[in-house]
Design a protein around this ligand. Structure first.
Ligand code: FES
Length: 232
């Protein structure tokens, strides 16, 4: 096929194709330093160390100042990898599998989504880590820190409050010696509040791990908490 540059013909050489969104490296701030990154002498994290190229190059990325990032520390077992593949193919695109993938990885990671889990899910689903982190911090059922062995959710929405939900929360805080959002020092119970647990006709309601307790009184809450603190 003849090759013509157009020199001497007066024609204009074709311009280089414009970069598409996928050709262009995307750098986003995650808000946490990458594993293996060196702290700056000033204590600030240089923006170059927060950079993230997406999709799918996390373990191989090298910063402009020559730091090689550590490989991702989180991995699934072969069986869970197989289950993750089955989840992904159920959806029209990989991004749509973000929530079930995060729930699976959270269970495999001791009940919380660490930075390594975020990097893992981002790579598998070909998403930016900032996107995945946004999902994790939006949904209250995804934990960013290790929770206690049991999680107690007290509904604080209107129907339950009209039936004594606020008193129930105060009672739980006093009984456990912690505030909502905290974990008992022995790591047994994390106390949290929930927006409407969808059982408004049977308030006040609490959820303990996967189980609902309805029409509660403080005596019944004491029995539940005793079981969690001393038996569970
Ligand atoms: S308001 Fe508590 S379950 Fe709906």
């Amino acid at each position: 096929m003849p090759f013509a540059l157009g020199i001497g013909t007066g024609s204009i050489p074709p311009a280089a194709p414009a970069a598409t969104a996928l050709d262009t490296p995307v750098f986003v701030s995650l808000g946490f330093p990458r594993p293996g990154a060196r702290a700056s002498p000033t204590g600030d994290t240089p923006s170059s160390l927060l950079g993230e190229r997406c999709p799918g190059q996390l373990a191989r990325l090298r910063s402009p100042i020559g730091i090689t990032y550590a490989p991702m520390a989180f991995a699934l077992s072969a069986e869970l990898e197989r289950q993750l593949e089955q989840i992904i193919v159920r959806y029209p695109n990989k991004a749509a599998a973000c929530l079930p993938a995060l729930h699976m990885c959270q269970r495999a990671n001791g009940g919380y989504v660490s930075d390594e889990v975020i990097a893992f899910v981002a790579e598998r689903l070909e998403l930016g880590p900032a996107h995945v982190k946004g999902v994790v911090t939006f949904y209250s059922l995804l934990n960013t820190r290790p929770p206690g062995r049991h999680q107690v959710w007290v509904c604080r929405t209107l129907s339950c409050c009209l039936r004594g939900g606020e008193n129930l929360l105060a009672h739980c805080e006093k009984r456990l010696g912690i505030r909502a959002g905290q974990t008992t020092p022995d790591g047994r119970v994390t106390l949290r509040t929930a927006e409407c647990l969808a059982s408004c006709g049977s308030g006040p309601v609490i959820q303990v791990d996967e189980q609902y307790y309805e029409h509660l009184t403080t005596d019944e809450v004491d029995r539940i908490l005793d079981r969690l603190l001393f038996e569970g």
